[in-house]
Design a binder for this molecule. Sequence first.
Ligand SMILES: *[C@@H]1O[C@H](CO)[C@@H](O)[C@H](O)[C@H]1NC(C)=O
Ligand SMILES: CC(=O)N[C@H]1CO[C@H](CO)[C@@H](O)[C@@H]1O
Length: 736
Amino acid sequence: MGREGHHVNPKLFETKKAKGRIIYRLFASSIFIGICLIWFYRLSHIPKQGQDGRWAWIGLLGAELWFGFYWILTQAHRWNLVYRHTFKDRLSQRYGELPGVDVFVCTADPIIEPPLMMINTVLSAMAYDYPPEKLSVYLSDDGGSDLTFYALLEASKFAKHWIQYCKKFEIEPRSPAAYFRSMSLPAVRDSDQASNFVTIKKLYKEMENRIEKVTKLEHISEDDRSRHKGFSEWDSYWSRRDHHTILQILVDGPDPNVKDVAGCTLPTLVYLAREKRPQYHHNFKAGAINALIRVSSKISNGEVILNVDCDMYSNNSQSMKDALCFLLDEEQGHEIAYVQFPQAFENVTKNDLYGSDLRTVTEVEFHGVDGYGGPLYIGSGCFHRRDILCGRKFGVEYKKEEKKERRKRESVHELEEKSKDLASCAYENNTQWGKEMGLKYGCSVEDVITGLSIQSQGWKSVYFNPSRPAFLGVAPTTLAQTLVQHKRWSEGHFQIFLSKYSTAWYAYKKISLGLQLGYCCYSLWAPNCLATLYYSFVPSLYLLSGIPLFPRVTSPWVIPFVYVVTAKYTYSLAEFRWSGGTLLGWWNEQRMWFYKRATSYLFAFIDTILNSLGFTKSAFVITAKVADEDVSERFEKEIMEFGTSSPMFTILSVLAILNLYCFIGVVKEAIMGKGIVKVFETMSMQILLCGLLTLINLPLYQGLFLRKDKGKMPSSLTVKSVAFALFACTSFTFMY
Ligand SMILES: *[C@@H]1O[C@H](CO)[C@@H](O)[C@H](O)[C@H]1NC(C)=O
Ligand SMILES: CC(=O)N[C@H]1CO[C@H](CO)[C@@H](O)[C@@H]1O
């Protein structure tokens, strides 16, 4: 601050390196030595031709080479952690002129993503603590549904009261549903606020009832339709896959006649359902966002774009300013392309049965990649510079357009008509959209591949993880949903690996090596399935036949195995606890680690390979955000939800039963036959592995054999899995 005379503005953010890096690096190196010793042991002790277990041994060698290699990749996430801190107060001192921000909210289906949830996200975005004339909110409705339009129209009316209330009483959070949930008893300051609270809550409840009624009936009365011209768009509507562009500016911010109840300006609010025709591929969310980028450029053209999913409401009205601290910083801001916030979830239970919190990803790994040039773009909760998203090349100066005089006062109708064309199917023909401009097409994690290509040009990104979550969403509440979601993610990441934007080849030397390894770690999620599956049944089957595949407990070679496993898992537990998780939560996460690898990643791996050979077409599955009542109840109680016959569950059940069978088999053997000491001496590590696999699968055995509720495994699946597992075990023991 002592240099004011030189017109050097104080920094808007600072970056701190994590403490204790040296210790961590020494520790990691010791694990690495252990891994090398394991490799050496495997290589030097391969059973001779004709000896039992030769091929199993070579397979284990392959698996351990993979695990070791993958562990090295994960070090990129831990080697160089950084933390960011912003100075929002300096922002307001310095910048009279804040940039325009356009918020994009995407929804795809009014049934899976209830309109009520969507409007809460929209309202929380409209209520950001930001000059309203600089803020615009766009909803992309890929379901093209009049129910969604109806809800948004209701929200636009409610906003006139809500925003005023938020700002007057400085309340948080600004999603009405979340606010009223946290404020069931109006613990309000004065009588003025108390009476306002009652009024606003009543307005909200009335709106909620209207929207719920309409959504339930899936019908909007003629009376309601006649209240807004926008509904006439659905008169000539064909189906959600075949309709013209519907663009409605519901709140026109710059219009001097549009004010809230206190006479203040409102943020602009726009509804868009881009044109859909069966003969054009719509490119899922990437297509929707690209249409929004173009349409918004005509309407508000904010310099900064915030992208959120329709279930991710803003839990902090200040986070927009946090993001701008990075983008507006004089020293480093010009090379930052986007600021990614973590995605936090509201619905996660204490011990996070399905590992949906992604705790280590948000609390550790992303801080790690941030140290090497910036986090991945993960879709929701990300602030972009518009021009970079639209393809501005690194090193090209940003041309500050001569202050376009405020949009000439054409009527809203004219503006709608003029902008519609930008959302038509044919608009992108022979353009760079989806390639060099906007989000990239052809990948099921369109956001990640877009972020990678931005970083590959030389731009940086920033990960900002404030202690109070900035965005809150809904996490999957069943096992099947979680596994399907991870299948999509791992498939997308693996597609990137094999695509022309490969994290291994394309990114090489374009981004730092650390960042590249960090990306590869996610890209190679899917291939992890092979080594994990191998490890989860081959040693157990050999245990049943009495063939050892690991060093005896008396051999010194047991030391590296024990060291690597205990050091790695003790560290992982410490990391998890340090990130705020519980012990049981960690145990649950280990289970999910195994389940994801055995199913989601396996299917993703197979699908991606088939796909790249030209066999199947992948389909985008949205994860459901509503749940039946009894499903929710079991979710709250942390009881694992099965309930359906899915091939993923079959795999898990077969593996679980097989391990149980082998474990019981060896215990029986030890007691009745060879004697406990002898069996344990030769096979201790296999017994431990098999025992751990049995232990971690306890919820599965309950679901298969003990539970009676609707969330248990279907009986047909139980019978099938038992038969298959027993067949595998007996035919294997027969062979040896
Ligand atoms: C959301 O923000 C509020 C403050 O407004 C905070 O108390 C709460 O913990 C946040 N929610 C979550 C889930 O962290
Ligand atoms: C899908 C689901 O379980 N949603 C729940 C998320 O949490 C809120 C309250 O925290 C519930 O009201 C939802 O039903």
